[in-house]
Design a protein around this ligand. Structure first.
Ligand SMILES: [Mg+2]
Ligand SMILES: [Zn+2]
Length: 188
């Protein structure tokens, strides 16, 4: 049976985007990510992180630095009663013209093949335009995370970006996905 999934950006979506994160000490979950991921997991969504980590390609830190960071991220999420199925990343420099850097859907397609995922019933959540485009390129629903204060400007952007939903944080995004949330402030 095809499974449904939620693909998540990492920095600025699950954890604060504090520049190029090169050690486990520098990563911590947003409170809204803790409850949001738990809610999605309880509703049987497979959870994946899909992240661009160009700090590797730029030479800011070695690719081997990502493993302990992602081990901490996974264990913190498990402590919240959820589980990441896999974390995948593009380590390349933007100028490398690789096939995996978001907004390319390459990594999402690879996961969809491996785990037999129904992409049309799945979602991509992120805080950047490239995340929304990745979701669209992969044929998923797309949710943009934006603070309430940013929402007026984003409403203007919505006409061309067209995310399926705009949420202030991962908890509200998860509530919308599982159908519990109100939709005020979304696509009005
Ligand atoms: Mg981000
Ligand atoms: Zn890449």
């Amino acid at each position: 049976m095809m499974r449904r999934a939620v693909f998540l950006d990492r920095d600025g979506t699950i954890n604060p985007d504090s520049g190029y994160i090169d050690s486990p000490e520098k990563i911590s979950l947003f409170p809204a990510a803790r409850s949001g991921l738990r809610l999605l997991y309880q509703h049987n969504y497979l959870l994946f992180v899909v992240t661009n980590q160009s700090g590797v390609g730029r030479g800011y830190f070695p690719e081997s630095a990502l493993e302990p960071i992602h081990r901490k991220l996974s264990s913190e999420i498990e402590r919240e009663g959820a589980k990441l199925t896999e974390i995948v990343y593009c380590p390349h420099h933007p100028d490398d013209r690789c096939e995996c850097r978001k907004p390319s859907p390459y990594l999402v397609f690879r996961l969809a093949d491996r785990y037999e995922i129904d992409l049309a019933g799945s979602f991509f959540i992120g805080d950047k335009i490239s995340d929304i485009l990745t979701g669209k390129n992969a044929g998923c629903g797309s949710i943009l995370l934006a603070e309430h204060s940013q929402l007026p400007g984003l409403r203007e952007m919505k006409e061309w970006l067209e995310p399926d939903y705009i949420a202030p944080d991962l908890h509200q995004a998860a509530r919308w996905i599982v159908g519990e949330g109100s939709v005020e402030e979304s696509n009005q």
